[in-house]
Design a protein around this ligand. Structure first.
Ligand code: UDP
Ligand code: MG
Length: 330
């Protein structure tokens, strides 16, 4: 049976929400106008969630479970789900019901109007701390200024993509995955639906501040070379200032004034310069580190179990080039 809709749900330790999640998804399935599959990606949960999900995938042909061999992170879990999806439209949503499944119906309506990608934009965020909202807002604005492609503001990973976009996404091999940036990079005709981001229905966030920072760094570094250029300008201006200071000292000397001992200024200049140096080396190191991760050419993720798939999805074999080109020109 061919499916029209694939709904991809990444999950990490969400046992508290799973019954409610399945209930809401069942409700949604009844309202979709075509056959659908729900692909749940278990991103290395250590709770009882996978047992419940496996039971569901075994008993209900609409549900499938991909069990990753460990925690690979939200963005990679999404990738695994999209790779395995076979629908004409693929929808990615969080498990915690912050993204209301009913919004998918609005997305589908836009898809039918001919858009390849439908982003869901958060008009309000509920139940999230002020710090998190502040950090998110700062990040989106920074990204907007720095990135080479325009990444829509306040759009997370709740999104519908059609088959053409999903295939093109599957051909993107990068290790560091910032999914929303990748879809912006891909182009295609985008549409946006807005929704109110609800509070998490149960459980706690799996994105502590540390992980949020990492995602932000991935986004900025993966889609901008501004830090590298900034390092060059910083270095140049510091050297320029140092030259000016040197000229000043020379002038003072030529004017015949006795030079001060100069200990403090030497130390200040030295430490400032070495600080700059470390900073720039760090920036370069970030990019080199990414190159290192890419050249290892490891698979993006490892699947331990497939449940509910008719035949094992072929995962991430890159799409043949002629097909990718055909997609672009179509
Ligand atoms: N998640 C995941 N792997 C991770 C972290 C999160 O699969 O390493 C899932 C999580 O279970 C949820 C979604 O990604 O379905 C979004 O995470 P969360 O709701 O904790 O993030 P927040 O909404 O707080 O930003
Ligand atoms: Mg959430």
């Amino acid at each position: 049976m061919s499916v029209r809709y694939s709904i991809v749900v990444p999950i990490l330790n969400e046992e508290a929400i799973i019954p409610l999640l399945l209930h809401r998804l069942d409700g949604l399935l009844g309202r979709l106008d075509g056959a659908a599959e729900i692909i749940i990606v278990d991103d290395g949960s250590s709770d009882t969630g996978p047992i419940v999900l496996k039971a569901r995938a075994l008993s209900d042909p609409r549900y499938r479970l991909i069990g990753l061999s460990r925690n690979f992170g939200h963005q990679t879990a999404i990738t695994a789900g999209i790779d395995a999806a076979s629908g004409d439209a693929v929808i990615v949503m969080d498990a915690d019901l912050q993204d209301p499944p009913e919004v998918i119906l609005d997305m589908v309506a836009m898809w039918k109007q001919g858009f390849h990608i439908v982003d869901a934009k958060r008009s309000r965020r509920q139940g999230e701390t002020l710090v998190k909202r502040g950090a998110a807002s700062l990040f989106y604005r920074l990204l907007d200024r720095m990135a080479r492609v325009s990444i829509p503001r306040d759009v997370g990973d709740f999104r519908l993509i059609d088959r053409a976009a999903a295939d093109a996404f599957r051909a993107m091999p990068e290790q560091d995955r910032f999914v929303r940036g990748m879809f912006a990079w891909l182009g295609f005709r985008h549409a946006t639906v807005t929704y109110e981001r609800e509070a998490r229905q149960a459980g706690v966030t799996k994105y502590p501040f540390r992980k949020m920072l990492r995602l932000a760094a991935h986004g900025l570094i993966g889609f901008s070379d501004m830090p590298l250029r900034a390092a060059i300008w910083l270095g140049l201006s510091v050297s320029g200032l140092a030259t000016l200071y040197g000229l000043y000292v020379l002038g003072v000397w030529l004017a015949g004034s006795r030079l001060v001992d100069g200990w403090a200024s030497t130390v200040i200049v030295l430490s400032f310069l070495s600080g700059m140096h470390m900073f720039m080396t760090g920036v370069v190191g970030l990019y080199v580190g990414r190159i290192h991760a890419e050249v290892k050419r490891r698979p993006l993720y490892v699947v331990e179990t497939w449940v509910g798939f008719a035949d094992r999805p072929h995962g991430r074999e890159p799409m043949p080039l002629h097909r990718a080109t055909a997609l672009r020109s179509a």
